[in-house]
Design a protein around this ligand. Structure first.
Ligand SMILES: [Zn+2]
Length: 273
């Protein structure tokens, strides 16, 4: 599913192409009700003023006063088209006029329909954000914050805990496996057993995984993630343990697969302890 690096890629591509785009028309599919619970106000006539990402959520700013919060679920993506494209599972198409008068279509495609969209005022979003965890790509993800999290739940195992969006916003299954690998920590280690000298390693490992994936436009895996052009990400080439046969760090040992909290978990028995 699209995690932080994939949503960052989409956000960057949208900001490159769209700035102050006037919304001319919005069309919805018949099944949009499973994605948008509460009807949106009339968007035609309003302006898309930019895009932002928080954790794994995409924010589409409208008139600088409101925004659409778009969670991509398992298989959601935003595409940019010059003309209407016959892409299956397109649930929302926003026809826009750019400042140079060119017409562009911003389309939401989601085969499995686990994505969710909400329309918020900026103030409502700020409230909502308080209930979300720290975005792990932000400057708030510090050694001090990590220490607070690890001490709060000493019995929790590191890797499943890293998936908890209330504390570690933006991390998904593959990212959590890769962080543990690069930090040299077995995924099943309990928080109380993580030593203080390992805290900065976790922070550094997180940065390294995210940067590697963002540079490669994200990871396309079972969810079939695609960017705004419909292209896949090249993130596979940067994985060291997730779905790997041989460890990408030591280049020698066979990767072990276990199941932790119902999620497939991969690690190297030599590099991680
Ligand atoms: Zn290894």
């Amino acid at each position: 599913m699209p995690e932080l690096p994939e949503v960052e890629t989409i956000k960057n591509q949208l900001n490159e192409k769209i700035e102050d785009a006037k919304i001319l028309e919005v069309t919805y599919s018949d099944v949009i009700g499973s994605i948008i619970k509460k009807d949106f106000p009339l968007l035609a006539g309003k302006t898309i003023t930019g895009f932002e990402r928080y954790s794994k959520v995409l924010l589409i700013h409208i008139n600088d006063t409101h925004l659409i919060q778009s969670g991509l679920g398992m298989s959601g993506s935003w595409r940019l088209w010059k003309k209407i494209e016959p892409v299956a599972h397109t649930h929302m198409t926003i026809k826009c006029e750019l400042a140079n008068k060119k017409i562009i279509y911003l389309a939401y495609v989601d085969p499995r329909r686990f994505g969710k969209m909400h329309f918020f005022s900026n103030a409502e979003w700020q409230e909502k954000k308080k209930s979300m965890g720290v975005d792990v790509s932000s400057s708030e993800f510090t050694v001090e914050y990590l220490e607070y999290c690890l001490k709060k739940y000493p019995e929790r195992q590191l890797k499943p805990y890293l998936l908890d969006q209330k504390f570690f916003g933006g991390i998904g299954n593959y990212i959590a496996c890769e962080i543990c690998a690069r930090a040299g920590i077995k995924p099943q280690r309990r928080c109380k057993n993580i030593r203080k000298y390992e805290y900065p390693r976790i922070i550094e490992a997180t940065k390294s995984v995210l940067e590697g994936q963002i540079k490669r436009n994200g990871l396309t895996f079972s969810g079939g993630y695609a960017d705004t052009t419909g292209a896949k990400g090249d993130g596979l080439s940067d994985l060291v343990v997730f779905h790997q046969q041989t460890c990408g760090l030591c280049g020698q040992d066979t990767i072990k697969k276990i199941v932790l909290a119902q999620r497939g978990t991969y690690y190297c028995t030599s590099c991680q302890n």
